[in-house]
Write a protein that binds this ligand. Structure first.
Ligand code: NDP
Ligand code: MG
Length: 381
């Protein structure tokens, strides 16, 4: 199989390359293209090891540096959004792993779908902001869409136990993040270092902050609703502190089917790469006796308002999820830059959602303009 990896220098991208290494000799995957944004040194190492035909870097100056660094290889270096779109759609792959972080992943991923390339989707922001257009394109172009987000991969697997007409609800699990059980007062002065310490997962900075605010779970509710065609109100978020149960589905007879494994993103990545086969994994087995117990709780949507805000944006539909997402991306970047406090993130998202008028059945241009306008508005404030 030939795969192109958008965001190969990130947390998902590097774990995907580990999966490619792990599977050598069992299931050979050729990496035909890689991409990054700023980490040119790592991209160069990846080009030397995996020998892709193409590499794309969004930043022009960084692309020029990479071009010089790998001039002795057969890898062609491209730049900008056009470069990302080219490697996503036309570099001749069977599958695209979409693992750029944020809205920047939307256009290249859509180009790949339109070119008939199967998608392994880690970048949830694409589905959140353009869900209906994205899913219509998937259907129109007949591509396979394999979820890489661990919860969605778990739901995808669990749904195989019954028919869609028999499904009652989705139980989307959440770890609760580093601040589970804390009050608003205790969260007032938390800093980026504390928010970046996730108890169960090691991930990129943006999604780690989203996990601390529960925005990640909000984005995942919207993602699940589009992926599986389920109403937002038929998706229940359940805190599962140990991150062993990656999500569950309940059928009409009240039977609940769950997917469990240790918290490792290599599981959903490998499942997407080898689907419908299940191949040997280097991950450890779950040791239930050692684990002794699994704990559950209800999420606190009053303290962690981002979850409720994301659901509200999803219920409104139109451009509102894109408005909510752009405001969150700016707010998280500001929090990471120590410009705002932790609780300001939800306030900024709510303020932006109140400021912009919705547009029903938006086109891709409407969504891209809404994203740009929200960013401009937030930066001017
Ligand atoms: P990282 O921040 O670790 O990596 C992001 C990748 O995207 C890097 O390769 C980065 O390049 C590149 N990138 C960043 N900004 C741009 C841009 N503007 N244009 C082009 N490329 C860009 O993120 P993660 O791997 O953690 O997350 C990736 C996606 O997967 C997110 O949407 C996240 O929500 C989702 N996801 C992640 C999980 C995880 O465990 N990490 C779990 C489930 C979903 P460079 O390194 O050069 O800056
Ligand atoms: Mg997830």
């Amino acid at each position: 199989m030939k795969v192109s990896i958008l965001g190969s220098t990130g947390s998902i991208g590097t774990q995907a390359l580990e999966v490619v290494r792990d599977l050598r000799g069992i299931y050979d995957i050729e990496v035909t293209a890689v991409s990054g944004n700023s980490n040119i040194e790592l991209l160069e190492q990846q080009i030397r090891e995996f020998k892709p035909h193409f590499a794309a870097v969004s930043d022009e100056a960084a692309a020029a540096r990479l071009k010089t660094a790998v001039s002795d290889t057969d890898c062609r270096v491209l730049s900008g959004c056009e470069g990302l779109c080219y490697i996503a759609a036309e570099a001749g792959e069977d599958m695209l792993l979409s693992s750029i972080v944020g809205f920047a992943g939307l256009v290249p991923t859509m180009k790949a779908i339109e070119a008939g390339v199967d998608i392994a989707l880690a970048n949830k922001e694409t589905l959140v902001t353009a869900g209906p257009l994205f899913m219509n394109a998937v259907e129109k172009h007949g591509v396979s869409l394999l979820p890489v987000d661990s919860e969605h991969c778990a739901i995808f697997q669990s749904l195989k136990a019954g028919s869609r007409g028999e499904l009652r609800k989705i139980l989307l699990t959440a770890s609760g993040g580093p601040f589970f059980g804390k009050s608003r007062n205790e969260l007032k002065n938390v800093r980026r270092e504390q928010a970046l310490k996730h108890p169960n997962w090691s991930m990129g900075a943006k999604i780690t902050i989203d996990s601390a605010t529960l925005m990640n779970k909000g984005l995942e509710v919207l993602e699940a609703s589009h992926l599986f065609g389920v109403d937002i109100d038929d998706i229940e978020v359940v805190v599962q502190r140990e991150s062993i149960i990656h999500s569950m589905v309940e059928f009409a007879d009240r039977s609940v089917i769950a997917q469990m494994s240790i918290p490792s993103m290599k599981h959903p990545i490998q499942y997407a790469f080898t689907y419908p086969r299940r191949l040997e994994s280097k991950d450890e087995s779950v040791d239930f006796a050692k684990l002794a117990s699994l704990t559950f709780a209800k999420p606190d949507e009053e303290t962690f308002r981002c979850l409720a805000l994301a659901k509200a944006a999803g219920r409104s539909g139109g451009i509102m999820p894109a408005v909510m997402n752009a405001a969150n991306e700016v707010a998280v970047a500001d929090f990471l830059a120590d410009k705002i406090g932790f609780l300001d993130i939800a306030d900024m998202v709510e303020e932006a959602m109140g400021r912009f008028n919705n547009i029903e059945n938006p086109s891709m241009e409407d969504i891209i303009s809404a994203d740009a306008e929200v960013r401009e508005y937030m930066h001017k404030k």
